[in-house]
Design a protein around this ligand. Structure first.
Ligand code: ADP
Length: 280
């Protein structure tokens, strides 16, 4: 297992504001890693430092083995950043735009293949301004990956999407990850992090307050479970540390199938809200 991004003790201050107050991160090669946190937590500042677009005050940072404080052209070509498509390309077609950007990279992918991968083959000859918001975002991703990056940064990729467009976009991100691209995602949507990320880091007040797999973050998997069932038409709910035993007892009581049984643990959203409301 190799490390794509390693950060130790990163700090950044703007005047009186300590935007980043000592962040550590380890992002493994090939994983989808999500950075979560409320507005003003320091996510964008951190990501921009990793991308080589912002200077830091202190700390060690290595991105694909290079210090992004002194970026080289060769290093930049190994990194993809998904930006919002600029309006000045809106008059060009999807194919023209992707072909144009391909020329900037030494190991660019085939433009038509990338257009296919982001699901825009049927729109390839349409002008960008004629596309829907979700389709435009797919163009942004196409431009982010045309240079065959080893590491892709996605900042709030699905803001403003309807649920169906988000799901289609997630499939696209998964297909990129399957090809071995390391993906660093910042998002406001906890279901998005849960659907895509192998690990997440929760940032609040410029610090990491929790880190781990979405399923076990903040003790989720071992927190009290809510067992709920229907008893003669009435809903009953019990909070318990031993849900297996509770279900077993219910199975005996109902002599088999427990009506409308559910067993749930705190959602990622519930755990997240607790974490960011009481920063460590
Ligand atoms: P996030 O991306 O989590 O919303 P940011 O990294 O954008 O957080 O911001 C962290 C803090 O730094 C906020 O308090 C924000 O107002 C401040 N900040 C961000 N960029 C600048 C800047 N260029 N100049 C001054 N303050 C900034």
């Amino acid at each position: 297992m190799t490390t794509a991004v390693r950060v130790r003790g990163l700090t950044k201050r703007y005047g009186d504001v300590q935007a980043v107050g000592g962040i550590d991160l380890d992002i493994r090669t090939g994983e989808v890693f999500a950075i979560l946190g409320p507005n003003g937590a320091g996510k964008s500042t951190t990501v921009e430092i990793l991308e080589g677009y912002r200077s830091r005050d202190s700390g060690e940072v290595s991105v694909l083995g290079v210090d992004p404080g002194t970026p080289t052209r060769e290093w930049r070509s190994r990194i993809g950043v998904v930006l919002q498509t600029a309006n000045d390309v809106a008059e060009a077609t999807v194919r023209e735009t992707v072909r144009h950007f391909a020329r900037y990279y030494p190991r660019a992918e085939d433009p038509d293949e990338v257009i296919e991968r982001v699901g825009l083959t049927e729109k390839a000859d349409k002008r960008i301004r004629q596309l829907s918001g979700g389709q435009r975002r797919r163009v942004d991703v196409a431009l982010g990956v045309i240079g065959a990056p080893e590491l892709l940064f996605l900042d709030e990729p699905t803001t403003g999407f309807d649920p169906e467009a988000r799901r289609r976009f997630w499939e696209l991100i998964r297909s990129l990850a399957l090809r071995g691209t390391t993906i660093v995602l910042t998002t406001h949507y906890l279901d998005e992090a849960e659907a895509l990320a192998s690990r997440v880091s929760v940032v609040a007040g410029g610090r990491v307050v929790a880190e781990g797999e979405p399923a076990t973050l903040g003790g989720r998997a071992s927190a009290k479970a809510r067992v709920s069932w229907s008893d003669g038409g009435e809903r009953r709910t019990l909070e318990t540390e031993t849900p297996t035993r509770t279900v077993l007892e219910l199975t005996h009581r109902f002599d088999g199938e427990v009506p409308e049984l559910t067993v749930t643990r705190p959602s990622l959203e519930e755990v997240y809200l607790q974490l960011v409301e009481a920063p460590a």
